[in-house]
Design a protein around this ligand. Structure first.
Ligand code: F3S
Length: 398
């Protein structure tokens, strides 16, 4: 890979340890994937924040980098393993909280915004169309590439951090237009009626697209919340963090759809529900906010909980960024939700919090949430927001 004089100096260690290490990571990646050069990035989203996933080795790596590493571009953080303020309320123990706080301190020292959300685009890390960025966390990467039309590979935590310290990333993969061409086509011939249908659609398309970029037609309109749900699901059950949706996503009109198309019908959506759902009645946890809730979703939850109470046998978690909760506080949604017995899970989520062994069953609106809950040995049930809130109030799925 060709390096400029400045980049050579960075690699030689003239700008310190963190920049040198970062250049080593970026040049190694560039060489593996055949990049010709590094390109500037407008922002970075760093995943790998939960102590649950990092462990002591990860914490040590971050502390080393934090000694002299300072980010050069807008850099935000993915969810951590706990609510950074109200962790006790979510059943997190002191030891875990201590270690998680050390992780956060390392990131803070690097100049990273402690946003702890997988929807950075809702709170100010919003690239423009065509902008190169270096994001990690699959749903956010898919949203950036597809809904916004920015360009990013699916970075790992270390390569995203490296890009933040250097302000650049190797130019390969989805940074190049020739790698962003749709490779398979789907026509959706059924109506999507509730938020969880978008997760089911993502499951169905993701599974059959495998590692191909899908071009999707037949969808007449989509809200931001529906698109973020679809992004999370299609990349979880498929693999490419990019799709085109005719008439909906901005870059679709510049692409030539593949001629052969797979028709997605109501039976496919039903089959997705059947694969995702387990049979159970008592619901231990209802979790909304995968990806993290928008203010519109929080408003809907508050409306559904008015004059109701969450069952004593069930916990209701509303996962969102702290900034989003501050807006919810100002609009009194927080009051309504907490008075009904719901809890906010800011800064964290059902996949990265240490939940294994704490709950047997979970109900959620999110197909991705179900995927990770099964990894945490929980039985899963996906449904509409109304169905999930009803389950929280009754303590059972009906
Ligand atoms: Fe976000 Fe966690 Fe879901 S990172 S997309 S809330 S699994």
């Amino acid at each position: 890979m060709h390096l400029t004089k400045d980049e050579e100096r960075m690699l030689d260690g003239e700008e310190g340890y963190a920049v040198k290490k970062s250049m080593e990571i970026l040049t190694a990646l560039g060489d593996i994937y055949g990049a010709e050069r590094l390109i500037k990035v407008g922002s970075v989203q760093v995943a790998g924040v939960s102590y649950h996933n990092l462990g002591d080795a990860g914490l040590e790596f971050l502390n080393e980098l934090a000694k002299d590493g300072r980010v050069r571009v807008l850099t935000t953080l993915n969810p951590a393993g706990m609510d950074l303020e109200d962790w006790r309320k979510l059943g997190i123990d002191d030891e875990f909280a201590h270690k998680q706080n050390l992780v956060i301190e390392a990131f803070r020292k690097m100049g990273i915004i402690i946003s702890c959300t997988c929807t950075p685009y809702l709170i100010g890390n919003l690239p423009i169309y065509g902008e190169h960025v270096a994001w990690s966390e699959s749903s956010a990467v898919t949203f950036a590439n597809s809904v916004i039309g920015a360009k990013t590979n699916r970075e790992g935590g270390p390569s995203a951090l490296a890009a933040a310290f250097v302000g650049k990333t190797p130019c390969y993969g989805l940074h190049l237009d020739e790698n962003r061409v749709p490779e398979t086509r789907f026509h959706v011939a059924t109506k999507l009626r509730k938020i969880s249908d978008w997760g089911a659609l993502g499951y169905s398309i993701g599974k059959s697209a495998e590692n191909k970029i899908p071009y999707i037609s037949g969808i007449e309109d989509a809200s931001l919340d529906e698109l973020k749900s679809f992004c999370a699901s299609v990349v979880t059950y498929g693999s490419k963090p990019l799709f085109y949706m005719e008439g909906i996503t901005p870059a679709a009109e510049n692409q030539q759809p593949p001629s052969e198309k797979i028709i997605v019908e109501s039976e496919d959506i039903e089959a997705a529900y059947q694969s995702i759902n387990d049979e159970f009645s008592a619901v231990d946890l209802v979790c909304i906010g995968c990806p993290h809730c928008s203010i519109k979703e929080i408003a809907e939850i508050a409306e559904l909980l008015k004059n109701r109470e969450v069952s004593a046998n069930t916990q209701l978690w509303v996962a969102c960024s702290r900034s989003m909760k501050q807006i919810a506080d100002a609009r009194s949604y927080t009051d309504t939700i907490e008075r009904a017995g719901g809890r906010f899970a800011c800064d964290t989520c059902m996949a990265v919090a240490p939940l294994k062994g704490r709950f047997r069953t979970v109900a959620t609106t999110s197909a991705k949430g179900c995927y990770y809950s099964r990894h945490n040995n929980m039985m899963t049930r996906m449904g509409s927001l109304t169905e999930c809130i009803d389950a929280a109030v009754k303590g059972k799925w009906s």
